[in-house]
Design a binder for this molecule. Structure first.
Ligand code: GDP
Length: 457
C-alpha cells in the first residue's frame, strides 16, 4: 500500500471546487471504499461519477458531495491507476477527505511526486517534467507559451537530435579505435572537425536563447534610481498605470523600496522603486536605502531618472558613478519644464547608456522605455515569436559544459591527437546533454528537481 500516494492538487484557500489526487495500484480500491455513487455501483473508468465521500471509520457519515474519476494506468498522468476527487473547494472538506484516504493506506505525496512518477514511468522526459513546473508558475502569456512548447517536447527533440549526431560520431570513432586494421572507412581528422563544428553550432544556437529565456521565465529585475523628487514614483505609477507608489512633493518621502510585478510587452518585469542612495539619519529611510541597494545590485537593468529641466548635481554624479557599467536607461525627465540637460552630458557620465527624454506626468516617453526594454530582452537572434527558448538554468549550464567538451574535442582534432582522447570529450558531451532530458541523470539530481515542485503536482 506504501506506494499509493495522495495529495490536495488545487491551491489552498476558498474555491469553487478542490481536487484530491491519488496515484498507485491501490487508488481504485481506496475510492471504492470511501465513495458511494448516487446511482449505486462503482466508478466506471474515465467517467465522472456523482456521489458522496463517506467516513467508513465513523458510521459512514457523509464528508462531502463530490464527483469522482478513476483513470486506470498506463493511460493516466502518472501511468499508474489515478483517482481524482472533485469536492467543494473548502480546506475542511479537502483535508478531511485526504485524511480519510491516508487512513485507508495511501501515504502523503511528496512535492512533485505525481510528475516524478510520470517521468520515472517514461511518460515525460526530465525537461518536459520541468516544463510542468514552469507552466504552473508562468506569470505572462509568453512564459506560458514557452513552457507549453517545452512540455510538448520541442527542447527534448532538439537535444535528442544533437545527441543522435554525437552518437553516430561515437560509433564511428569506436569502430576506428577498436578495429584499426579492418577494412572500414577511416575517419579523418578534417571530417571529425567538420562534424564537431556543426554540433557545436547547434548547441550554441540553443544557448543563444538562454538569456531571453531566463527573463521570460523569471522576469526582468529593473531598479529605478535617482535623487529625490525627480519623478521615480511617477514613473513607477505610469508603468503600473495605477497609483500604487505614493507620489509626493516632499523630497525623501518615498520611504521604502516598493516592488511590483508588471508585464511590459508580455515580459514579466519586477520593478523596484528605490528610496535613493542618500546619506540620511532617518532610520526608516536608511532601511529603505539598504533594500534599494540590494535590489540595485541584482538588477538586470537600471532606470536612472534625472530632472532634465535642471543642471546635474553632485548627487546625480554619485549615482552615475554607482551605476558604473550596468545596463542603464537614463531618463531626462520633466522635459515639459524646459531643457537644462542634454544627451551628450549624460553620455560623458555613462557612455553606454540609452538616453530617453521624458515628461512622465504628461505621459511622454513611456512607450519608448517599454520598447527599449522589449528590444533589450529579445537580444541577438532571438525572434519575438520564438517560443523554443532555454529557460531553465540547469539546461543552460549543461549546454555550456557540453559545448566546452565539444570545443576541446575540436582543438584535439585540429592537433591530430589520439582518437581515444577525443572520444572521451565527445562522450562527455553526449552524457551532459543526456542529463537535460534525464537519460543520464543521477537520482540526487532527480530528487532535487522534483523537490522544487509544489505539492499535489
Ligand atoms: P520621486 O521622489 O523621484 O519619486 O519623485 P515623484 O515621482 O514623487 O515626483 C516628484 C514631483 O515631480 C511630483 O509632484 C510629480 O508630479 C512631479 N513630476 C514627476 N514627473 C514630472 C514631469 O515629467 N513633469 C513635471 N512637470 N512634473 C513631474
Amino acid at each position: 500500500m506504501e506506494d499509493t500516494i495522495a495529495a490536495i492538487s488545487t491551491a489552498y484557500g476558498e474555491g469553487g471546487i478542490g481536487i484530491i489526487r491519488i496515484s498507485g495500484e491501490h487508488s481504485g480500491q481506496i475510492l471504492n471504499k470511501i465513495f458511494q455513487a448516487k446511482a449505486g455501483g462503482v466508478c466506471k473508468p474515465r467517467h465522472l461519477t456523482y456521489g458522496h465521500i463517506v467516513d467508513i471509520y465513523n458510521e459512514n457519515k457523509i464528508i462531502d458531495e463530490v464527483l469522482a474519476a478513476f483513470m486506470p494506468g498506463p493511460k493516466s498522468y502518472t501511468c499508474e491507476d489515478v483517482v481524482e476527487i472533485s469536492c467543494h473547494g473548502s480546506i475542511i472538506s479537502l483535508r478531511n477527505i485526504l485524511a480519510l484516504i491516508l487512513k485507508c493506506g495511501a501515504r502523503p505525496a511528496e512535492k512533485g511526486e505525481f510528475t516524478k512518477r510520470a517521468f520515472l514511468n517514461g511518460r515525460l522526459d526530465l525537461s518536459q517534467a520541468e516544463a510542468v513546473m514552469s507552466l504552473i508558475s508562468a506569470k505572462t502569456d509568453k512564459a506560458f507559451e514557452v513552457a507549453m512548447t517545452q512540455l510538448e517536447g520541442a527542447l527534448s527533440a532538439r537535444v535528442k537530435g544533437i545527441r543522435g549526431r554525437i552518437l553516430d560520431l561515437l560509433v564511428e570513432l569506436a569502430v576506428n579505435i577498436d578495429y584499426p586494421d579492418e577494412d572500414i572507412e577511416e575517419i579523418t581528422y578534417s571530417r571529425l572537425e567538420v562534424e564537431l563544428l556543426q554540433i557545436s553550432k547547434s548547441i550554441l544556437k540553443l544557448l543563444s536563447t538562454a538569456s531571453t529565456g531566463r527573463i521570460i521565465r523569471e522576469g526582468l529585475a529593473v531598479s529605478i534610481i535617482g535623487k529625490p523628487n525627480v519623478g521615480k514614483s511617477s514613473l513607477m505609477n505610469a508603468l503600473l498605470k495605477e497609483t500604487r507608489a505614493i507620489v509626493t512633493e516632499i523630497p525623501g518621502t518615498t520611504r521604502d523600496t516598493i516592488e511590483e510585478y508588471i508585464s511590459i510587452k508580455n515580459i514579466p518585469v519586477k520593478l523596484t522603486d528605490t528610496a535613493g542612495i542618500r546619506e540620511t539619519d532617518d532610520i526608516i529611510e536608511k532601511l529603505g536605502i539598504e533594500k534599494s541597494k540590494k535590489a540595485f545590485n541584482i538588477a538586470d537593468l537600471v532606470i536612472f531618472v534625472l530632472d532634465g529641466s535642471r543642471d546635474l548635481t553632485g548627487e546625480d554624479m554619485q549615482i552615475a558613478e554607482h551605476i558604473g557599467k550596468r545596463p542603464v536607461i537614463v531618463l531626462l525627465n520633466k522635459s515639459d519644464l524646459g531643457r537644462a540637460l542634454n544627451t551628450e552630458q549624460v553620455k560623458t557620465l555613462l557612455p553606454h547608456s540609452k538616453v530617453i527624454e521624458t515628461a512622465i506626468t504628461e505621459g511622454m516617453g513611456i512607450e519608448e522605455i517599454e520598447e527599449y526594454i522589449e528590444h533589450m530582452v529579445y537580444c541577438g537572434d532571438v525572434a519575438q515569436n520564438e517560443s523554443m527558448l532555454i529557460t531553465v538554468v540547469r539546461h543552460k549550464e549543461l549546454l555550456e559544459k557540453a559545448l566546452a567538451a565539444i570545443t576541446d574535442a575540436i582543438a584535439m582534432a585540429r592537433g591530430k591527437e589520439a582518437l581515444d582522447f577525443l572520444e572521451i570529450d565527445i562522450r562527455n558531451a553526449y552524457e551532459l546533454l543526456g542529463e537535460i532530458v534525464g537519460e543520464t541523470v543521477s537520482d540526487d539530481i532527480i530528487d532535487e528537481i522534483f523537490s522544487r515542485f509544489c505539492l499535489g503536482k
